[in-house]
Design a protein around this ligand. Structure first.
Ligand SMILES: C[S@@+](CC[C@H](N)C(=O)[O-])C[C@H]1O[C@@H](n2cnc3c(N)ncnc32)[C@H](O)[C@@H]1O
Length: 254
């Protein structure tokens, strides 16, 4: 048992009046509500704007330029992005800020959509509200703060132009059946970000999720994972690393 799991199980067991960990585990088998509460307590939802600076630098300098300037994707009419474990929206807004900056003022203006999902409903609600305290925006550059947010008292609110391009929904990466969030209708993403979530899954689940993400990508589409998750993707196959150090991958053919 990981230290975090052991600590949380012990704390919830005590809070529920269980005499021992074994007693609490026995109760979990019968009490679905407590099992769901434990699952929520175990979920790590920390996120940040422009977390993973190396990957965002690649995104900004290499990938997004290619999307917008390369005729192939722009000709399709829409750049499609999926932020697959978006927490309270920080990752989705970070990508949208960079895309908006790229397409703004260009003629013809390339359009983009960001589909952002998370299994946690409260986080998705917070992402939709799109209002963040100043302390949460330390990684956001001055020009982005001025261009993508408006001040609302002590907080900052994402501007309507960006809000119109980002759609949040609840989606469980481990759920059966679908390859992509239903909100996106058909997937076919140019870019999927799935950062700092694979590491919490068992190897066979990591492979299953990576297979799903791969199927959701358009040919030649890109995948970004967390820095520490690079070996997981390298070991799974189906992707080639495109950056020497950043955790940025491209879908292989076949
Ligand atoms: C540590 S946060 C990472 C957030 C963001 N991707 C980042 O890199 O900053 C992990 C997120 O994964 C979400 N998550 C965990 N299990 C999930 C699942 N089965 N399907 C979708 N999201 C999941 C959690 O709710 C949480 O918001």
């Amino acid at each position: 048992m990981s230290p975090n799991l052991a600590r949380t199980v012990e704390k919830r067991g005590q809070g529920n009046g269980a005499a021992s960990v074994a007693g609490y585990l026995a109760r979990l088998r019968e009490d679905g509500a407590e099992a769901a509460a434990l699952a929520r307590a175990l979920r790590v939802t920390y996120s940040d704007f422009f977390r993973n600076p190396l990957a965002f630098a690649w995104l900004e300098q290499v990938i997004l330029s290619a999307f917008v300037e390369g005729t192939e994707r722009a000709a399709r009419g829409e750049i499609r992005v999926w932020s697959a474990a978006c927490a309270a929206g920080q990752e989705a807004w970070s990508v949208a800020i960079l895309l908006d900056e790229r397409v703004e003022g260009r003629e013809p203006r390339a359009s983009y959509r960001v589909f952002a999902t998370d299994v946690s409903e409260p986080d998705v609600d917070q992402a939709r509200r799109a209002v963040y305290p100043a302390a949460a925006l330390g990684n956001v550059r001055g020009r982005h703060l001025g261009g993508a947010f408006v001040r609302q008292g002590d907080a900052f609110s994402v501007i309507p132009r960006l809000r119109a391009q980002v759609e949040f929904s609840v989606y469980d990466l481990l759920g059966p059946g679908t390859t992509c969030p239903p909100a996106s209708i058909y997937g076919d993403f140019d870019l999927v970000l799935c950062s700092n979530v694979l590491l919490y899954f068992r190897p066979e689940v990591q492979h299953r999720v990576l297979g799903k993400l791969r199927r959701s990508l358009a040919p030649g589409g890109y995948l970004i994972v967390g820095e520490t998750e690079r070996p997981i993707v390298e070991g799974a196959g189906g992707f080639r690393a495109v950056a020497p150090v950043a955790s940025v991958f491209q879908k292989r053919k076949g």
